[in-house]
Write a protein that binds this ligand. Structure first.
Ligand code: AMP
Ligand code: ZN
Length: 494
């Protein structure tokens, strides 16, 4: 038996009972990062929100296929340059080196937040054939046209015949007289300003390009998600997610492409997460209004008074529903640090309460069971992590009273104590994916090792082999092994 969950569906703008296409199974697609530089905390918030949903669906008994793509082509900057090509140019690397480097770093960062890896993580460049086939299908259905080697989606024809361009984002086609960001350069080729490129002819200077029936070129950004979700989840699947800044044009165009190619809606439920703000403004790299996760961990930023553990940052994010904006502030992080500690301390105390002493059965049993049910009900209600946390804190108060003897353990039955232990464990570790904080000792050691590795790297750059070797040999004598790789140097204690 799986749990019944209600989801706020951005497509219908209503909270609806979640009914998967196949009983007990969920197909979930989430737009992944564009890997031309490191993720910022706003990106992390979105991926973490979907991680919690994924974890909760799994915990609720669903078999989930979770697909989160890696965007490594076609996502253009305002000046028309591909983000990956820009990264390659700036770092003097092969485009695929940039992709690998930032994919690895993205994984490592999400690991620090203890998020689960998706079931499939497809790359756009690995699915050029599928994208070409989809362009052809849209052309065959008459919803696209070719101009000088580029192919454009015909939004006007689509709106006239399918009547729903703009449904997801609530835009009206007549208002879409401005160009979408991905194809400004080719504005003059389009029949209508709201049309968008699904295949772009590459100019001479463009590095990432492929042969196609129309030109040597590359796919439009929106196309990859349509093609890859169809390939791995089918033409219609259960849930599609992403940050709400992707609603338009990215998701609107995805819907249009899928409907045009196969006359079916891609996803039955769309979930959009809200933005992480800093100083009241959306956190965004292009505006410089950003703090990197590393800066937050180390405290090396004017925005924070000290460093915060990834688990404190995660706890801070869990306190707000994914659909609300969240403003990052030092005060809120300090409060989250206290809250997280209180929860983990209560969990520790709970382990010391002995079922053998819990011999009674009073109203306390009922109260605790009610709290447990309410925590689940909160998660069933559109994954409300703040309400679930509030319930865990009610239970925390009871645990502390039991520990301090204000409530006697013999007022509780062994079954309810056991249930309380299981529930706290499941929520803290399985559903929220929190972990025990790194102790101060290992945090210090991590910092010292980072410094030593930096010093060794500088010595090597300066061809000071004596110092570089001395560092390596001394560490080796302490059983600390350095390993040099494409991502830099890592270390292990043998
Ligand atoms: P990108 O790599 O820019 O495509 O973004 C990856 C994901 O992060 C997308 O789902 C975005 O909607 C999301 N995102 C970007 N900025 C923020 C922010 N400030 N807060 C929350 N999510 C964000
Ligand atoms: Zn996408």
């Amino acid at each position: 038996m799986v749990r019944t969950i209600h989801i706020h569906n951005s497509l219908t703008r209503k909270k609806e009972e979640f009914k998967p296409i196949h009983e007990g199974q969920v197909g979930l697609y989430v737009c992944g990062p564009t890997v031309y530089n490191d993720v910022h905390l706003g990106n992390v918030r979105t991926f973490m929100s979907f991680d919690i949903m994924y974890r909760y669906l799994l915990h609720s008994g669903y078999k989930v296929r979770y697909v989160r793509n890696i965007t490594d082509v076609g996502h253009l900057l305002d000046d028309g340059e591909d983000r990956i090509s820009r990264g390659a140019r700036l770092e003097q690397l092969e485009p695929m080196e940039v992709v690998q480097k930032y994919t690895n770093r993205f994984h490592a960062m999400m690991d620090r937040f203890n998020t689960l890896r998706p079931s499939i993580e497809p790359r756009a460049t690995g699915h050029i054939l599928e994208q070409i086939e989809m362009v052809q299908a849209i052309l065959d259905k008459g919803f696209a046209y070719e101009k000088n080697g580029s192919v454009y989606f015909d939004t006007i024809k689509f709106a006239q015949e399918k009547g729903n361009y703009g449904k997801l984002s609530g835009r009206v086609i007549e208002d879409l007289q401005t160009a979408t960001r991905d194809d400004l350069k080719n504005q003059s080729e389009k029949n209508h300003p709201s049309d968008f490129a699904i295949w772009m002819k590459a100019d001479q200077s463009h590095i990432m390009k492929w042969n196609s029936p129309w030109s040597e070129g590359f796919p439009g950004w929106h196309l990859e998600c349509s093609a890859m979700s169809t390939k791995y989840l089918g033409p219609t699947f259960d849930i599609h997610g992403g940050g709400n800044d992707l609603k338009f044009p990215h998701h609107e165009n995805e819907v249009a492409q899928n409907v045009a190619a196969c006359s079916c809606q891609p996803a039955n439920y769309w979930i959009h997460t809200n933005m992480l703000l800093m100083n009241g403004k959306k956190m965004s790299k292009s505006d410089g209004n950003t703090i990197s996760p590393e800066e937050l961990f180390s405290g090396d930023s004017p925005h924070v008074s000290k460093g915060y553990d990834p688990m404190v940052v995660k706890f801070f994010m869990l306190q707000t529903h994914y659909s609300s904006t969240l403003d990052l502030s030092d005060d809120a992080l300090q409060a989250a640090e206290k809250g997280f500690k209180k929860l983990m301390d209560a969990y520790k105390h709970l382990q010391n309460l002995d079922e053998a002493t819990a011999t009674g059965s009073t109203d306390l049993d009922l109260e605790i069971n009610k709290g447990i049910q309410a925590a689940y009900a909160a998660m069933d209600d559109d994954f409300s992590t703040p309400k679930a946390l509030a319930q865990l804190f009610e239970l925390t108060t009871k645990i502390n009273s039991l520990k301090d003897g204000h409530i006697k353990l013999n007022e509780l039955s062994p079954e309810v104590l056991d249930n309380l232990k299981k529930t706290m464990k499941v929520f803290i570790f399985d559903i929220f994916g929190l972990t025990n904080i790194e102790d101060t000792g290992s945090r210090h050691l991590n910092g010292v090792m980072e410094l030593i590795i930096d010093l060794r790297q500088s010595a090597r750059v300066n061809k000071d082999w004596v110092t570089a070797d001395k560092i390596r040999d001394t560490l080796q004598a302490l059983n600390i092994q350095l390993k040099d790789g494409a991502e830099g140097t890592s270390w292990t204690i043998n």
